[in-house]
Design a protein around this ligand. Structure first.
Ligand code: IVH
Length: 708
């Protein structure tokens, strides 16, 4: 056939490339549609798709019926009943030109098809949001919801009625309509706040997180167990019709949506009946107005849908292949893009949480240039297998912090080695970094000493339930800290009226009031003061218990003088309701010299509280197992877990949930798991049931009687 030049690939390599593209597209379509676990961003998928389309265009002889370009992808999952749609569920043409010209091109096409001239008036359109979820067909018979199906391949979908019934927004009975058949089509989606909450919950429980609301929604709808669907908050918007029998369909799209709304179906209010493409009342105006507030919408959209409003005109325009000529989706810039991780840094939040942040090669995503993205915590990083140097998908939707959703790698990473280390000391204040057993997050233990936590610490100290400084609210704290007036708690008491009055928008009178309030706050109580220090896990109740138990705060340089400040973990464990985590947290706090220093400086500034000698309830200290921490693992031959715990506690011991250096004894029974491994690793003393009873001085025989 033709002449071969070096620039023109030969047919063999084209065929190879086509085969390769088809394979890739099939793989990614399966990941996306069937498994709800995409590995590449949509834009990347579109790019591959377009590359294949172009090659097939140039080589029609290589086109095959099973090419991804020739069919709608998405298969029926095993487990759902396939349902043939009474009226096929079509897709719409996408206008990828995200500029105004995209809308102009559509309007021009419609006018041409309708044979309109420049002299004819503008075409009327219904403009609405393109929701980013999954299409669902709701079949109502005599006004009752009888079946809900997914789109599937457009001809045959899946019966997901049970799952859809869990969505509260979807009426089971329509208001005022008894039509024989009324099929309503719309989008099931997840709101961003619901999505964030869901992912947070999953993250806390160490479960799988979802890459975006659309995938979370799709996964929830196609859950084989409706009990899981009901825990995944879904929403719905109607946008069209399927099969209709016995109902007079209104003559325009907008009137049809009004009618659906009146029946009790959710229809978005963000819609417009537009006249033509140009001008403030046209499609372009709507596209721009929604684009400007896209971030503030409570859910994701990926564009606007324009539909010719009049049904008679829709009918005249008809369809081309599987898409109506009367509708188009006008896209917005994508919210997910590929980029590289150049470094991973640590950010310290207001609560002391250390968040790993990926420094990215700048990328334009969701309408802005993104250079940082959160990685949440070390466990998320491990789960996503992120490393410095990786190519990743970043997502920025809404006004939220951009996030790394996944790593793109051709070969799955079998063994993953982090090339990042959580620092042992806070990058802001050098205090030790801690992670409690069972916790996902690393935290700075600096508390009120840490600049990152400074504002929060001041507000916490000044609140009504703590020492109470009336008038010291968020705005003032911002001013004080940002202006460099106050860096530590004691410095609060060093500001004079003059300095305060010099602040923006501060009258002499208010400055005087703050100074008086500060003066008043100096007379406080030990529980209020302890609570005010902001020690992690020490709430009001614990502060009261501590104050009652120890009676006094203690002094920095008087270790033998006692008080909360110098209490050992064992002594702290003897306090009512104080467990190992709280005890450790208090100890860690006062182990940092700078925290004790703050206490002394507050005293020096005149903060005082009444003290007393330790109360007598601390008898626990005299019990034989006082200060010993036990961990139970596996099944003991005769003792139940609760029984064993009760025996240990009766003698003053504590039972903890996880093994650490602080554990005194590990009691192991049959099928003991990772706790036993850990205990061996740490070289702890491990005993069996017999050994436990020996420790507690209990005759094994003496137990049987009690259990009857
Ligand atoms: S109308 C015949 N309107 O976009 C026209 N679709 O490819 C059928 N979508 O699968 C679709 N928002 O899930 C329509 N306001 C809207 C939409 C919308 C989102 C989805 C729908 C469909 C895809 C179109």
């Amino acid at each position: 056939m033709g002449v071969e030049t070096s620039a023109m690939p030969n047919d063999e390599s084209v065929a190879e490339r086509i085969a390769q593209l088809r394979e890739q597209l099939q793989h990614h379509a399966h990941q996306y549609y069937t498994l709800d676990a995409p590995q590449i961003p949509d834009t990347e998928y579109d790019r591959l798709f377009q590359a294949l389309e172009a090659l097939e265009e140039a080589h029609p002889e290589l086109r095959t019926a099973d090419s991804p370009t020739q069919r709608v992808l998405g298969q029926v999952l095993d487990g759902f009943t396939p349902v043939r749609h009474a009226v096929p569920m079509l897709s719409i043409r996408t206008e990828t030109d995200t500029e105004a010209t995209g809308a102009l091109a559509f309007d021009a096409r419609v006018r041409r098809e309708l044979r309109l001239t420049d002299a004819d008036p503008p075409v009327e359109y219904g403009a609405e949001l393109k929701f980013d979820g999954l299409a669902i067909n709701l079949r109502y018979e005599q006004g009752l919801l009888v079946q809900a199906t997914t789109r599937g391949d457009g001809e045959v979908g899946e019966d997901v009625t049970q799952n859809i019934r869990t969505i509260r927004q979807i009426p089971h009975r329509l208001k005022g309509v008894k039509a024989e058949v009324l099929e309503v089509r719309g989008e099931v989606y997840m709101r961003r706040d619901d999505f964030d909450k869901l992912n947070e919950r999953q993250r806390d429980q160490g479960g799988k997180t979802f890459v975006n609301p659309r995938n979370a929604a799709a996964g929830a709808v196609r859950q084989l167990d409706p009990n899981i669907t009901v825990q995944r908050p879904l929403s719905f918007f109607a946008y069209g019709l399927g099969d209709v029998q016995g109902w007079n369909v209104p003559p325009t799209h907008s009137a049809m949506l009004d009618a659906l709304q009146a029946m009790g179906l959710p229809v978005s209010d963000e819609r417009l009946v537009a006249q033509g493409a140009d001008g403030p009342a046209g499609l372009i105006g709507f596209h721009q107005a929604i684009g400007a507030k896209r971030d503030q919408l409570p859910f994701d959209i990926d564009g606007i849908v324009y539909k010719v409003n009049r049904r008679d005109l829709q009918d005249r325009l008809g369809f081309v292949s599987r898409e109506p000529r009367w509708a188009v989706a006008h896209k917005y810039p994508a919210q997910e893009q590929l980029t590289q991780v150049e470094a991973i840094d640590i950010q310290v939040g207001r609560t002391g949480k250390l968040t790993p942040v990926a420094r990215l090669k700048p990328v334009f995503v969701g309408g802005v240039t993104v250079t940082n993205a959160t990685l949440h915590n070390l466990f998320e990083m491990r789960r996503k297998r992120v490393r410095v140097g990786d190519t990743v998908i970043v997502r920025r939707a809404g006004d939220v912090i951009p996030e790394v959703v996944s790593v793109v790698s051709a070969v799955p990473r079998a063994s993953y080695v982090l090339n990042f280390r959580m620092p042992r000391h806070c990058p802001i204040c050098q205090s030790t970094v801690e992670r409690e057993p069972g916790e996902m997050n690393h935290r700075c233990s600096g508390g009120l000493f840490c600049a990152a936590q400074r504002k929060q610490a001041l507000l916490h100290f000044a609140q009504r339930r703590a020492v109470e400084v009336e008038g010291l609210g968020e705005k003032l704290v911002d001013q004080l800290v940002d202006g460099g007036l106050v860096r530590t708690l004691p410095e609060l008491y060093k500001m004079g009226v003059a300095k305060l009055a010099a602040l923006d928008r501060m009258a002499d009178k208010s400055a005087q009031n703050i100074v008086s309030a500060l003066e008043k706050s100096k007379q406080t109580t030990l529980p209020r003061f302890l609570f005010g220090l902001g020690i992690r896990h020490v709430g009001e109740a614990t502060a009261k218990d501590l104050a009652k138990h120890f009676g006094k705060m203690g002094h920095k340089d008087d270790e033998n003088g006692g008080g909360v400040m110098h209490a050992s973990v064992e002594q702290l464990l003897a306090v009512k309701d104080v467990g190992p985590i709280v005890a450790q947290s208090i100890r860690t706090f006062f182990d940092q010299a700078h925290n004790c220093e703050v206490v002394e400086q507050l005293r020096a500034a005149g903060v005082t509280w009444p003290e007393h000698e330790p109360s007598a309830e601390a008898d626990a200290a005299s019990l034989p197992m006082f200060g010993k921490t036990f961990v139970l693992t596996g099944t003991l031959p005769t003792l139940g877990r609760e029984e064993a715990k009760a025996l240990i506690e009766a003698q003053g011991g504590k039972v903890a949930g996880s093994v650490s250096k602080k554990t005194t004894y590990v009691v192991a029974g049959a099928e003991a798991g990772s706790k036993l491994d850990k205990a061996q690793e740490l070289g702890l003393t491990i005993v069996d049931q017999e050994g436990l009873l020996a420790l507690l001085n209990i005759e094994p025989g003496s137990l049987q009687d009690g259990s009857a």
